[in-house]
Design a binder for this molecule. Structure first.
Ligand code: TEU
Length: 580
């Protein structure tokens, strides 16, 4: 039962569950998940208690980037099913009191989308300006190395520009060559996309997760040129990010989108913008309800804290860095705007393997990470399998990988002699996106009950120990702990709306903070280390006798006497008391 919070948006007490359809559940034995597979698992999501399902892309796509390369925005890829399957899933989700938001991928399309097929057909085609076409760099012969219009690198290795033999010009693709960027400067492009969004909302979907939406405005000069980026030491390409991250017209575009698509529509919709490189100040502007842009953003600071030169150069996480980052976002959006809260998604290695301990203390570290995250101020996102404590894939061989980002990085680094095969495989084991894309582990039967066919990517061999069926029947499982966390957010207004106060900011092992709403105060404690750690807060005495609301170890171990007992390895505890 979700308490109604009269002066708060519905999503302040909601929890969102991300489904990555390729790896969720396969109903037709082709080894790839699909819509009927998702429908067959709604009992699991309803039992978990989540309020919203975010579907990663299910649109027709050549799957060059696993669906984030769309060739038809108003259809369903036959691999995933049909529009009828989609309507049936949506109706079932709504009948169970949940909502469904779609993935909106409008920074780029697939190069097989009719818009791009037309645009590349000739320099004079009316849709030429629907994408970013530019001639070769002044004084350079098209097709020659260095002739690209700018020196920007693609997120998936190589240049961000592709030379097109037919028309002799280059087109921009910040991601793969098969993901040409749309030109949002062109009002026809924007209107076509708004019409597509209205079409899905008219079909009943409850909102959108917007893919790299802060990349849509590029830093174009009056003459249409785009600037080179700074080349990092030893870099192959320039860093274009400063020239398209939160670009000059981004707020204008998002406000126009809100006016053209969402204004005047029913309440109960959700919009979340995925925004690599977004700052707290940017996020206040993007999520201030008075500005009517988006409800919340996905920021990336905390998922890049263990990055050295790049995501492949992994460094140990310093808990004080994490607290500084989360603390700044909590404070920055305390009065205006709203945070999203996530550890995992289809682009990040699983947190239990990354920030926790996916061996001896897998369940404890998984539930501790969840407790600390979910009790911050913001809307939590649970990525499929996170509620089961699924671990990273830890693949051994390159042929086990499927992710274009990982495969391109491996190939480019080897080609340029930048690393050995073994060190590259080690980097992929730690950071590849495929770590979180292995099939969901439903039970201990073959292929973890994901498919009766050959899975498109290997199932994690630990599925006999880690699976939903076992955990549904085990009240002290990670799954049931997630249910308790979600129930607490639904029932306790302090979780949704409480002010946030960081405690023990300099402690490298214990994450501690307060949430206060009215007379209710919550103390949240999480031990990020494999050793017992003391709770060093100023007024422990004030908390003795407080109610222990949640604990991820057999609470019998916890005594409510004069001081707060030290935290066991990876232990999480939540206390509640009434004040004033
Ligand atoms: O991700 C954007 C993005 O920031 C990621 O590319 C991220 O930098 C990278 O994965 C970190 O390793 C979105 C989608 O979530 C991702 O799946 C797509 O590949 C990408 O956009 C292009 O659509």
């Amino acid at each position: 039962m979700t308490v109604s919070l009269p002066d708060a948006p519905w999503w302040a007490s909601a929890v969102v569950y991300q489904v990555y359809p390729r790896s969720f559940a396969d109903s037709d034995g082709d080894g790839i998940g699909d819509l009927r597979g998702i429908a067959s698992k709604l009992d699991h999501l309803e039992l978990l208690g989540v309020d919203v399902i975010w579907l990663s892309p299910v649109y027709p796509s050549p799957q060059d980037d696993a669906g984030y390369d769309i060739s038809d925005y108003q259809g369903i890829d036959p691999t995933f099913g049909t529009l009828d399957d989609f309507d049936a899933l949506l109706a079932d989700v709504h009948a169970r009191g949940m909502k469904l938001v779609m993935d909106l991928v409008v920074n780029h399309t697939s190069d097989e989308h009719p818009w791009f097929v037309e645009s590349r057909s000739s320099q004079d085609h009316p849709k030429r300006d629907w994408y970013w076409w530019r001639p070769a760099r002044e004084g350079m012969e098209a097709g020659q190395p260095g002739a690209e219009p700018t020196n920007w690198g693609s997120a998936f290795s190589g240049s961000a520009w592709q030379h097109d033999e037919v028309t002799g010009e280059y087109y921009l693709h910040l991601f793969s060559r098969k993901q040409p960027d749309l030109n949002w400067e062109n009002p026809e492009v924007r209107e076509a996309l708004y019409a597509m969004m209205r079409w899905w909302l008219d079909r009943g979907v409850d909102g959108f997760r917007m893919d790299v939406i802060n990349f849509i405005s590029k830093d174009m000069a009056a003459d249409g040129s785009l600037p080179d980026g700074d080349v990092p030491d030893g870099g192959l390409f320039g860093n274009g990010r400063p020239h398209f991250t939160c670009g000059p017209r981004i707020h204008e575009f998002l406000q126009e989108m809100h006016r053209e698509v969402f204004a005047g529509r029913r309440s109960g919709l959700l919009t979340v913008g995925e925004m690599p490189g977004v700052t707290v100040d940017d996020a206040i502007l993007f999520t201030d309800p008075a500005r009517a842009e988006v409800d919340m953003v996905f920021q990336f600071e905390h998922v890049e804290l263990d990055h050295g030169a790049d995501k492949w150069d992994v460094r140990p996480l310093r808990l004080t860095d994490l607290k500084k980052s989360f603390g700044r976002w909590q404070l920055g959006l305390a009065d205006v705007g709203w945070n999203s809260l996530y550890w995992d998604n289809h682009d990040a290695p699983r947190a239990v393997s990354r920030f926790g301990d996916d061996g001896e203390f897998r369940e404890r570290s998984a539930t501790m990470l969840a407790t600390v995250l979910h009790l911050h101020r913001g809307t939590p996102y649970v990525y499929q399998g996170e509620e089961l404590g699924m671990t990273g894939a830890h693949f051994e061989r390159i042929d086990q990988y499927r992710d274009i980002e990982s495969l391109n990085h491996f190939a480019e680094a080897l080609e340029h002699g930048r690393a050995t095969e073994e060190s590259l495989l080690e980097a992929l084991r730690a950071s590849s996106r495929d770590n979180s894309r292995t099939p969901v582990q439903w039970d201990a039967t073959e292929n973890a009950g994901f498919t009766t066919g050959e899975p498109w990517i290997a199932v994690n061999p630990n599925y006999p120990e880690i699976n939903a069926a076992e955990q549904h029947d085990n009240p002290s499982s990670v799954f049931h702990f997630y249910r308790s966390l979600i129930t607490l957010r639904h029932a306790e207004p302090a979780v949704a709306l409480g002010d946030f106060t960081m405690l023990m900011p300099d402690d490298e092992a214990v994450y501690a903070f307060l949430r206060r709403h009215g007379q209710t105060e919550l103390l949240v404690l999480g031990n990020f280390s494999p050793e017992p750690r003391p709770v060093l807060i100023s007024d422990t005495a004030a908390w003795t006798g407080a109610q222990l609301v949640l604990c991820n170890i057999d609470s019998g171990a916890v005594t409510d006497d004069s001081s707060l007992p030290e935290l066991q390895p990876w232990e999480a505890r939540v206390y509640r008391r009434q004040v004033g």
